[in-house]
Write a protein that binds this ligand. Structure first.
Ligand code: HEM
Length: 414
């Protein structure tokens, strides 16, 4: 049986793009699995993923050194490009408490439920502005028309980036995400590094300006706030935090918009239920998050010799916790692969993670998704895939799981 698992390379682009069979096999056969080819311990069932995510004392998030998943020799050209920018430092996602707590408390005010509630009208307006642009055609490239621009507009608005810089902003977000992608050519990797440096200089100017003269926006809050009397973040720390907000805030929400829309197009009976009962939309969003789980898996480093589900894990071992697999565990979610907008126990879905690293942007993402789908489902119906539209395919990525493209057709509501 284990032979079946041992013959699979978990970092094969095909497995990363379509991990469902592998994850199912892991949950069934070996929910803590030491992959002999990579030396990584994979944790796949719901209870164990939660257990690891909640135990930050034993399982560390200081994984930036292994982010690429493979040992690569330093490329002098890459080093020369990166030298033009600021060093990457470990902040929220790639730090452990107490440092992680410090960064988080410096950033969390603008992302709290009450702060995010203030931008509801803006989300509503942008959603309708985007829908206005494609509704009369009865069809659209959903990624380009909505799934990509909506989260970019939101995070740019929060960080005070003007609309005129939106194109650049998206490119920088993609470049920051590229460090998790698999199969990039050297040229692409160098180009991404150049874009990351451009991004750093763009924000460095804004940060300097706000340190001298705060303008009352979120960026001013982030760069000037100090928790427990500590000094505000330095430039490299600010840039690291902003790049995390950019990556975490854009790519993941785009993926949920895309896969969520696909699920509606493929399940007309569920679309019908939610259009008849719009009060189910928040629940539907949780179900979309559960099935898409765009932050599909995350690294952890084991800090002390440990046993998990009877498996010995030595200090220093690299682990991968599979949020996407946990969210499709039949022991936690009945008929887990089905899309069910009335599902009852969605409070337990873990697309936003668990424990101290629980997603900082969860209130923002939930609100973007809920308000957007409220407006979408009020204005369009009979959502379907155009004839010949292929099944959804996904970008192979070590950590994220996001659809590549999606076209839809629809009718306008009366
Ligand atoms: C559907 C959208 C999103 C999903 C599924 C998602 C998922 C996650 C997950 C699973 C984690 C925990 C990672 C771990 O366990 O190591 C996380 C952390 C984080 N997320 Fe999100 N996220 C989303 C949207 C956002 C948004 C909109 C923002 C901000 C604008 C954001 C900012 C962050 C940050 C800063 C962290 C690190 C927090 C820490 O380590 O203390 N995320 N996210």
């Amino acid at each position: 049986m284990t032979k079946t698992l041992d013959s699979i390379n978990p970092f094969d682009p095909e497995v990363l793009a379509c991990p469902y069979d592998f994850n199912h096999a892991l949950r069934e056969l070996n929910s803590v699995y030491l992959c002999p080819n990579t030396g990584v311990y994979f944790v796949s069932n719901y209870d164990l993923v939660v257990e690891v995510a909640k135990n930050e004392k034993r399982f560390s998030n200081k994984f930036s050194m292994i982010q690429s998943g493979v040992n690569t020799t330093p490329d002098p050209e890459m080093i020369a490009i990166l030298k033009k920018g600021w060093p990457r430092v470990d902040t929220m996602l790639t730090a452990d408490p107490p440092q992680q707590r410090r960064y988080r408390s410096l950033c969390q005010k603008p992302f709290s439920i009450s702060s995010v509630a203030k931008i509801r009208p803006y989300i509503h307006d942008v959603a309708n502005e985007l829908i206005d642009q494609f509704i009369s055609a009865g069809k659209c490239d959903w990624m380009e028309s909505f799934a990509v621009p909506m989260p970019v507009r939101m995070i740019a608005y929060i960080l005070g980036v003007p609309l005129s810089d939106m194109e650049l902003f998206k490119q920088w977000s993609d470049a920051n995400v590229a460090s998790f992608s698999v199969g990039q050519t050297r040229e692409e990797a160098l180009r991404s590094a150049e874009l990351v440096v451009d991004f750093q200089h763009y924000f460095a100017d804004k940060i300097e300006a706000r340190k001298i003269k705060p303008t009352g926006d979120v960026l001013s809050d982030i760069v000037n706030s100090s928790a427990d009397g500590e000094t505000p973040m330095d430039m490299a720390e600010c840039l690291s935090v902003i790049s995390q907000l950019l990556v975490a805030g854009n790519e993941t929400t785009t993926s949920t918009f895309a896969e969520g829309m696909y699920l509606l197009a493929k399940n007309p009976e569920q679309l019908n239920i939610v259009q008849q009962q719009p009060e189910l939309i928040p629940n539907m969003v949780e179900e979309m998050l559960r099935l898409s789980t765009p932050t599909n898996q995350m690294w952890r480093i084991c800090l002390e010799d440990t046993q998990l589900a009877g498996v010995d894990i030595p200090k220093g071992a690299t682990m991968m916790i599979k949020y996407g697999s946990a969210n499709r565990d039949d022991h936690q979610f009945r008929q887990a692969a089905d899309f069910d907008v009335t599902r009852g126990n969605l409070k337990t879905q873990i697309a936003f993670g668990q424990g101290v690293h629980h997603c900082l942007g969860a209130p923002l993402a939930r609100q973007e998704l809920t308000i957007s789908f409220q407006n979408i489902l009020r204005r369009i119906t009979n959502i379907r895939l155009p004839e010949g539209e292929p099944e959804l395919t996904f970008q192979p990525s070590l950590l994220l799981h996001g659809p590549i493209g999606l076209n839809i057709e629809f009718d306008q509501c009366e």
